[in-house]
Design a binder for this molecule. Structure first.
Ligand code: HEC
Length: 145
């Protein structure tokens, strides 16, 4: 019996060793899942309670706090009046500063990133997450929501 028991025991140890190794491929599987998740990151990234960026909740307050001082009323710089959604999306001596669906082609984002034009606000660039928020709103169609 002993002669049989030893190989079975060895086989048992071998199987245990194998099964303890099987978890190894798992991390790579979950890595794949993670990278698939990270592809979808922009949807969740705002770090806010909402997945969709809202004009009323997110963009308008940001504009009021950082831009309106110089961009409203008859003296609005460059004719860019940001005091309402309609003016924001249409006003400007050189045309609308927002191209719905195209943040990188929008003068508003170029100004906020200092891309070829004076940085806005002139006092200094806003935090990247705020700029990203505006960019996401424009890319999602710059809706009045
Ligand atoms: C302290 C005043 C001031 C504030 C605050 C300000 N701007 Fe301006 N903005 C200006 C002036 C002055 C100009 C025109 C001269 C220039 O380009 O520097 C201008 C021009 C612009 C232009 C046109 C750029 C061009 O070259 O045609 C855009 C777009 C713009 N601002 C967006 C913004 C945005 C977005 C904010 C808020 C994040 C903002 N501005 C805040 C003063 C301001």
């Amino acid at each position: 019996m002993k002669r049989v028991a030893v190989p079975i025991l060895a086989l048992g140890i071998f199987l245990i060793a194998c099964s303890s190794q099987t978890p190894e491929p798992k991390p790579s599987t979950s890595e794949t899942t993670q990278s698939a998740d990270s592809n979808q990151e922009p949807r969740v990234e705002p770090g806010l309670q909402t997945v969709t960026v809202s004009f009323k909740e997110d963009i308008n307050p940001l504009i009021q706090a950082n831009c309106l001082g110089c961009h409203s009323g008859p003296k609005a710089k460059e004719g860019i009046d940001m005091s309402s959604y309609d003016l924001l999306t249409t006003s400007g001596e050189h045309g609308a500063i927002i191209k719905p669906g195209d943040s990188s082609g929008s003068l508003m984002i170029k100004a906020m990133t200092g891309d070829g034009v004076d940085i806005m606000p002139p006092a200094g660039k806003l935090p990247d997450d705020k700029i990203e928020l505006v960019a996401q709103w424009i890319d999602a169609g710059a809706k009045n929501d």
